[in-house]
Design a protein around this ligand. Structure first.
Ligand code: FES
Length: 106
């Protein structure tokens, strides 16, 4: 058990339970966190689950796979800590993690 905080572009915070084994996209959707569209349902095929992991937490988010990287390259708001939230599986190491939401999904 733990928590993760999603921060909207305007600064509004949503602290939700960290459900180990679920993707961050699924956790956000299940908790009504706005700002993630997830059009492809988690198949790494749409890029509309873009999040910006707080730089202090980027290591805990795990490694990025080539398909995810390719999808992120098409995201106008991409930053050095951008990830697709459907490709990050929640683990105990993420307790307290802060994840920022972009202003728009593409
Ligand atoms: S939900 Fe489509 S890429 Fe993540």
């Amino acid at each position: 058990m733990g928590n993760i905080t999603f921060v909207e572009h305007d600064g509004k915070q949503h602290q939700v339970e960290l459900e180990v084994g679920k993707s961050l996209m699924q956790i956000a959707m299940d908790n009504g966190v706005p700002g993630i569209d997830a059009d492809c349902g988690g198949a790494c095929a749409c890029g509309t689950c873009h999040v910006i992991v707080d730089s202090q937490w980027i290591k805990a988010a795990g490694s990025i796979n080539p398909d995810e990287l390719q999808m992120l390259e098409m995201t106008p708001e991409k930053t050095p800590t951008s990830r697709l939230s459907c490709q990050i599986k929640a683990s105990d190491a993420m307790n307290g993690m802060i994840v920022h939401l972009p202003e728009f999904q593409m």
